[in-house]
Design a protein around this ligand. Structure first.
Ligand SMILES: CC(=O)N[C@H]1[C@@H](OP(=O)(O)OP(=O)(O)OC[C@H]2O[C@@H](n3ccc(=O)[nH]c3=O)[C@H](O)[C@@H]2O)O[C@H](CO)[C@@H](O)[C@@H]1O
Ligand SMILES: C=C(OP(=O)(O)O)C(=O)O
Length: 433
């Protein structure tokens, strides 16, 4: 078990260059299986999920050369072999399911393990994925804890309208459609920044995609995809995390951000807590106006709220970061997770700091912020951004706090403790049995 120990109370100052977004890097790594040509990726983060996928590629015989110091990865899948009985895909990460289209296209078979759920956020069904694979002509068979998929001929183009805008289902649809035998359309497609980045990569490989970032994608299937050289952009989750760490500790952190066009709603969300975010010359910065304080709504007698849902709403993975601001900001704030039914149980841990958060139902929690807090030892669930949110609260409280089971941070944020140490935090990892 890995715990984070933090001596809070120091304002964080300085500037920082975020890493790439895990949720863009992983689908892109999985997409490389679709081509036999060399691919070079730049800005690849040293995170555990990336290492797990690269280990699978090595086991399958792919050519993998990674230098995590420079972030340059050279990959080639020309000698790759896959056996659905022998070869297992990595568990405890959602992105495993994105290896299926490449395996189907290259080897006519794929296999999904029982646990492709990733963070414990509530129900994370695979039904929409299975439906996509079947619509492209794959046969699906459940065997014990695994699902084996087979496709004896090239995938069949189709038009599909999903129940809801799912990130990885959209990516799986594009992966299947790229090598299918005609034009495929997806309605109710997801358009998160990482989905857009993934689609741009697919275009570089030679896929033809219309409607990137919108709710309707049209993909023109092609016979073969080529190689490319691709550089990742900054992770908006990290941009928000570092800005929020600056704000909650009363410091001043500047974060490189070349995509401020994705931020208007994020900026307005910060403003609800009295935090002003500005963007200039490729950098973002936040300043607390007077003090952290919930902005009262114009309409009398209603709660101020933060709603998270599929893009272009505020992304659900950012909600815990704002909950942390909520317990520090004077006033009451309602947080509404419209996606997951099990993502808010952790908020009861906040009471260990002396904070007051009330979960009114599986999707909503209200913070009554601005109370005097004390350091605490808290337990993180297996949810990356919750470990970070607990750390944020701890960073704002003078004294020694412990975030137990913080290892999920390593799934998405390389060098996290080192990065915030450079900003002035006193933080370290502690390994325990
Ligand atoms: C590897 C990766 O990219 N993971 C991200 C991806 O997971 P993932 O692609 O698994 O998330 P989905 O978009 O499929 O949504 C997850 C679950 O939420 C529920 N649901 C979702 C949307 C909706 O309108 N209605 C609904 O009920 C479903 O139970 C679904 O299974 O997107 C999630 C939602 O942004 C993020 O939390 C994850 O970090
Ligand atoms: C929930 C997340 O990841 P995963 O879908 O891989 O669990 C996340 O990145 O916050």
């Amino acid at each position: 078990m890995s715990h984070l120990i933090i001596h809070g109370g120091s304002p964080l100052h300085g500037h920082i260059v975020p890493s790439a977004n895990k949720n863009a890097v992983l689908p892109i790594l999985c997409a490389t299986l679709l081509t036999r040509e060399p691919v070079r990726l730049r800005g690849v983060p040293d995170i555990t999920d990336v290492r797990k996928i690269l280990d699978v590629f090595r086991r399958l015989g792919s050519n993998v050369a990674i230098d995590f110091q420079t972030g340059v990865l050279s990959l080639q899948h020309s000698e790759t072999q896959f056996d659905p009985v022998r070869d297992h895909l990595p568990e405890s990460m959602r992105s495993s399911i994105l290896l299926v289209p490449g395996l189907l296209a290259r080897f006519g078979a794929a296999r999904i393990e029982g646990d492709v759920k990733g963070c414990t956020l509530g129900a994370r069904e695979i039904d929409p994925h299975i439906e996509v694979f079947e619509r492209f002509g794959a046969g699906v068979e459940r065997t014990g804890q695994s699902v084996v998929l087979r496709a004896d001929r090239p995938l069949r183009h189709n038009d599909h309208w999903t129940d809801y805008a799912s990130v990885t289902t959209t990516e799986n649809f594009v992966l299947c459609a790229a090598l299918a035998d005609g034009v495929s359309t997806l309605t109710n497609a997801a358009g998160e920044p990482h989905v857009q980045e993934f689609c741009r990569f697919m275009e570089l490989l030679g896929a033809k995609i219309e409607g990137i970032g919108t709710s309707r994608l049209v993909v023109h299937g092609t016979d073969r995809l080529g190689g490319c050289d691709f550089t990742f952009t900054e992770d908006f989750h990290e941009v928000v995390t570092f800005l929020a760490l600056g704000a909650i500790t009363g410091g001043d952190v500047r974060v490189k951000n070349s995509q401020p066009g994705h931020f208007p709603l994020i900026d307005r969300t910060f403003a609800k807590f009295g935090v002003r975010v500005t963007h200039a010359d490729g950098w973002s910065r936040c300043a607390v106006e007077d003090r952290l304080k919930v902005r009262e709504p114009f309409t009398p007698s209603i709660l101020q709220k933060v709603e998270a849902a599929p893009w272009p709403y505020l992304p659900v993975d950012l909600l815990p970061i704002f909950v942390a601001l909520g317990v520090r900001a004077e006033g009451s704030m309602m947080f509404w997770n419209k996606v997951y039914d099990g993502a808010l149980g952790w908020t009861s841990e906040l009471s260990k700091f002396g904070a007051h958060a009330f979960q009114s139902d599986p999707h909503r929690v209200v913070t009554f912020g601005g109370k005097a807090l004390t350091p605490a030892e808290v337990e993180s669930p297996y949810i990356i951004r919750v470990a970070i949110a607990l750390l944020m609260v701890a960073a704002s409280v003078p004294g020694r706090s412990v975030i137990r089971n913080a290892a999920p941070v390593r799934r998405a944020h390389p060098q996290f403790a080192e990065n915030i140490t450079r900003l002035g935090a006193r933080v370290e990892w502690m390994e325990a049995s």
